[in-house]
Design a protein around this ligand. Structure first.
Ligand SMILES: Cc1ncc(COP(=O)(O)O)c(C=O)c1O
Length: 436
């Protein structure tokens, strides 16, 4: 980085510190002692330990949500299983569960476990766990209201004519960098709902094209992810037939993701892996706005307590969750600290963290790692060449972070990388990523 850039960043830092100081004084608070790490401001990879992390039991005890909310989400997934098996006979197993395999990768430091959501049925990305789930919640609400569902109904009837006629009169809106929009689009269109997806400028053309092919309306925005979400939110508020899936603050998305922890636990049990506080499961979760990693972390901490460590992984240009955790300030964006939010990892190109999710998981996140685009690209190639995993750059982030953490935070752990998307990448998008 040039001297001019360094000076500019120093100025931003001082401006930011002054702004926070003024705000703190106005509120009668004292200035928090935490300073932002220099590497964060310089856009360099780093491992950051969360000073606000608390023992899981203590952190969870203060939250208004808990295991019962996750149990309700699991029960809803189960109610919908016959419908999912009916809608997606080629990709969802006959039991109607949307889950991915747990893989073992042999590496120089031992086995690295991979929760392979890049190959999740239906949408090949983790966002389906939340996006599909919230569409199902809304479908259930509409159908119950219309008297189509009675106690004990087989939900496969929601694929019938009466339900489709009902759903066709309703629209789902969502703002997305791509994968949430696709997950919502696939499920909503399968049920016959109208869907309108507001996409940020970072969203890849092929992700927009495949949504259009499903019959979704795609609205393109010149601005970033936050602008796309804000626009969808505003439009939905003006339309009584519209339902908005809010990636920045939806608890339904959050609990949909959280249910994944139970899927993983069953697989770890089968593999004979029993994490303990002395040898915890160390999970690496790519993070955009924070919903998917936040929900999964919440679910895992509810199940495993301090026998799990949750490490969020962000691009060096878009470390919005680290910024929120380190500053305690919901309003701050990565632009405020001189970063440009431009990254190959389109799914993680988010300038400001979800205030809702940050509020819920701020004491549960153990650490955040930031990674460079170059390292993501190298990892996409390596994972394909050595292990045959077809990953998009966002989904490769956990591997890069796992190695950094292994060297800078040595401890006996069971490392697990959550691969969050990519199996659906068309050749014309994937092959250029492999070219030197
Ligand atoms: C492939 C991929 N991984 C991870 C994430 C992160 O999810 P979240 O934005 O909920 O933090 C996204 C978000 O779109 C994604 O597309």
């Amino acid at each position: 980085m040039s001297l001019a850039n360094q000076l500019q960043q120093a100025c931003w830092f001082v401006t930011l510190a002054c702004a926070r100081h003024t705000a703190a004084i106005a509120k009668g608070d004292t200035m928090p002692a935490t300073l932002l790490p220099t590497a964060l401001l310089q856009g360099l990879p780093l491992l950051w330990h969360n000073p606000a992390r608390q023992p899981a039991a203590q952190a969870l005890a203060t939250l208004p949500y808990g295991a019962a909310d996750i149990a309700a989400a699991i029960a809803r997934w189960q109610r919908f299983a016959p419908l999912l098996a009916h809608c997606f006979p080629d990709s969802v197993a006959a039991d109607g569960r949307i889950d991915s395999p747990l893989l073992a990768q042999a590496g120089p430091g031992g086995t690295v476990w991979v929760k392979a959501d890049h190959a999740l049925p239906v949408t090949a990305c983790i966002k389906a766990r939340g996006g599909v789930y919230e569409v199902l919640c809304q479908a259930e609400t509409l159908a119950r209201r219309a008297g189509l569902l009675a106690e004990g109904s087989n939900y496969a009837l929601l694929a019938g004519d009466a339900a489709r006629a009902l759903f066709a009169r309703h629209t789902i809106l969502v703002g997305s960098t791509g994968n949430l929009g696709y997950s919502v689009g696939v499920m909503a269109r399968a049920l016959g709902l109208q869907v309108e997806v507001h996409m940020s400028s970072d969203a890849k053309a092929w992700k927009k094209d495949r949504l259009r092919a499903l019959g979704a309306r795609v609205v393109e925005h010149a601005g970033d992810y936050a602008a796309a979400v804000a626009s969808a939110r505003q439009l939905a508020a003006a339309d009584p037939q519209a339902y908005f899936i809010d990636d920045e603050s939806s608890l339904l998305l959050f609990f949909g993701y959280a249910a994944a922890a139970h899927d993983l636990k069953a697989q770890l049990d089968t593999a004979g892996l029993q994490p303990t506080p002395a040898c915890p499961l160390r999970v690496f979760l790519p993070c955009g706005v924070g919903g998917a990693p936040g929900g999964v972390a919440f679910g895992l901490k509810c199940l495993y307590g301090d026998a799990v460590q949750c490490v969020f992984v962000e691009p060096v240009a878009s470390p919005c969750f680290l910024l929120r955790l380190a500053s305690g300030d919901d309003a701050l964006s990565v632009y405020d600290i001189g970063l440009d939010n431009r990254t190959l990892a389109d799914g993680l190109a988010v300038p400001r963290a979800s205030a809702t999710v940050a509020g819920l998981v701020q004491h549960l996140v153990d650490a955040v790692v930031t990674v460079s685009d170059d390292s993501l690209l190298a990892e996409v190639r390596q994972q394909w060449q050595q292990h045959g995993l077809r990953l998009e750059p966002s989904a490769a982030a956990g591997f890069v972070a796992q190695r950094l953490a292994a060297s800078q935070w040595p401890q006996q752990v069971i490392p697990l990388v959550w691969t969050t998307g990519g199996h659906g990448l068309p050749d014309e998008v994937f092959l250029p990523l492999l070219a030197g």
